[in-house]
Design a binder for this molecule. Structure first.
Ligand SMILES: [Zn+2]
Length: 444
């Protein structure tokens, strides 16, 4: 009797459950080790391309980015992507057609091809350190260059992970070739598993993120995605839905130093260098880059330049809210007016210009909620993050394509101690695959 009841119950439950199963992971027999192998192989290949960007007026700024772009075009075609294009500015775009009959929104994944300007990207020799057991990872024995949980705190959470470093003298390029490797592995996964039910997915690989000059050349209407995520973040669960609002300022002080200093008193003499340094000194110490963190903004003078009678002091202002931005601008204005009143014989001008805006208001809550849900389904606790800098996603969001950023497993970016954590990359891949699944059942 008891046995019979159990069987009946199981039989009753089986039907509706089976009908509801849309889980890609079970349906496609996802294998973590295979994914890690593919990620490692791709990533170590991509970092051998020197794609360091440069500050000039070309897009892409360096030919190395085009070489990688052509390689990615080939690979996208190999794994069945459609409309694969490389435009004159070096943007690679592609479509993975929907497999389900639903009218789902088009979701896109984006990563940048260039690497930072702070260290060389030439002859990168990646080293794979399998199954990290704590302590030092030697990048270069001769230079005594190591990473460990003291100089790279996130390594404390990487026990058992595969870590990839460079070999000294170059950066690795984890920023953002981890993102490219995750996206391309996703493309292959969808190709290898045509039974994965999803809506249209778009891919873009972009140039010149590090200079901030590439993304404005992206043809957003032609790309035709409804929602996008950049894969350019760091540790487990990181989900960036905010950046600073950014402005620049330029104060120009004009003096009169043609008077002989011996007879300067009671003359038209005015010291523009003193005006500039007074202005700098009067800016608040409690709102400097090195005295602020978290959600507090700052004022930073990055150029102090004198030519004859003209001293130019320019810098940047960063804040997450309009209220804080207004308060910081008021402090700059106050310092400026004080200098004007102290040095009445000199002349002064102050100019404030917009750079970029916090894109929080441009991201639909549903887009963040789905990313959080995708992570939770993979047992990855989401961590909302406000970036203390700009992202391509912020620019894209104001160009009409809402684009928060997701973690991709890159660490110590922009330095020779840069590393990639293959296990975190694998978590990023699962999150992206979940997002493909979740967006596939949303209404357009
Ligand atoms: Zn990046």
């Amino acid at each position: 009797m008891r046995k019979l009841a159990f069987t009946l119950l199981a039989g009753l439950c089986a039907l509706p459950l089976a009908a509801q199963v849309t889980d890609w992971k079970t349906a496609t027999k996802y294998n973590k080790n295979t994914a890690k192998e593919q990620l490692t192989k791709r990533f170590t290949h991509y970092v051998t391309f020197d794609t360091q960007s440069a500050e000039n007026d070309k897009t892409p700024s360096t030919p190395g980015q085009l070489k990688l772009a052509k390689e990615l075009v080939k690979e996208l075609k190999k794994y069945g992507a459609q409309n694969v294009q490389l435009d004159k500015n070096g943007f690679v775009t592609a479509l993975i057609p929907a497999t389900s009959g639903r009218q789902a929104p088009t979701v896109a994944f984006i990563a940048h091809m260039d690497t930072a300007l702070e260290a060389s990207g030439q002859n990168v020799k990646p080293q794979v350190h399998k199954d990290y057991r704590g302590g030092d990872i030697v990048i270069n024995a001769e230079q005594k260059m190591t990473i460990n949980p003291q100089n790279s705190p996130q390594l404390a959470r990487a026990y058992g992970h595969d870590i990839i470093t460079a070999s000294g003298g170059t950066l690795l390029g984890a920023d953002d070739k981890t993102g490219i490797a995750v996206i391309m592995t996703l493309v292959q996964y969808l190709y290898d598993h045509p039974d994965f039910q999803h809506g249209p997915v778009k891919i873009a690989f972009t140039p010149d993120e590090e200079t901030g000059l590439g993304i404005e050349h992206f043809n957003v209407p032609a790309f035709g995605a409804d929602y996008a995520y950049t894969l350019d973040g760091s540790d487990w669960g990181e989900l960036t839905n905010e950046t600073f609002t950014a402005k620049a300022f330029k104060a120009v002080f004009t003096g009169n130093r043609a008077v002989h200093p011996g007879s300067a008193m009671n003359s038209a003499f005015a010291d523009n260098i003193l005006m500039g340094s007074d202005f700098h000194t009067l800016l608040p110490r409690q709102n400097r880059p090195e005295t602020t963190s978290g959600r507090r903004g700052y004022i930073y003078v990055d150029t102090f330049n004198t030519q004859g009678d003209t001293t130019t002091v320019s810098g940047i202002v960063r804040a997450f809210t309009d209220e804080e931005m207004d308060a910081l601008l008021a402090q700059i204005n106050q310092a400026f007016q004080t200098v004007q009143s102290m040095h009445y014989k000199g002349k002064a001008t102050l100019e404030i210009t917009d750079q970029y805006r916090n894109f929080l208001e441009k991201i639909p809550p549903q887009q963040i909620a789905l990313a959080q849900q995708a992570m939770r389904m993979e047992d990855i606790p989401p961590v909302l993050h406000a970036a203390r800098g700009g992202t391509d996603g912020s620019t894209l969001s104001f160009m009409g394509l809402p684009t928060p950023d997701l973690f991709a497993g890159q660490f110590n970016m922009h330095s020779e101690r840069e590393y990639a954590d293959v296990d975190v990359m694998e978590g990023s891949l699962r999150t992206a695959l979940r997002l493909v699944e979740l967006w596939g059942v949303q209404s357009k």
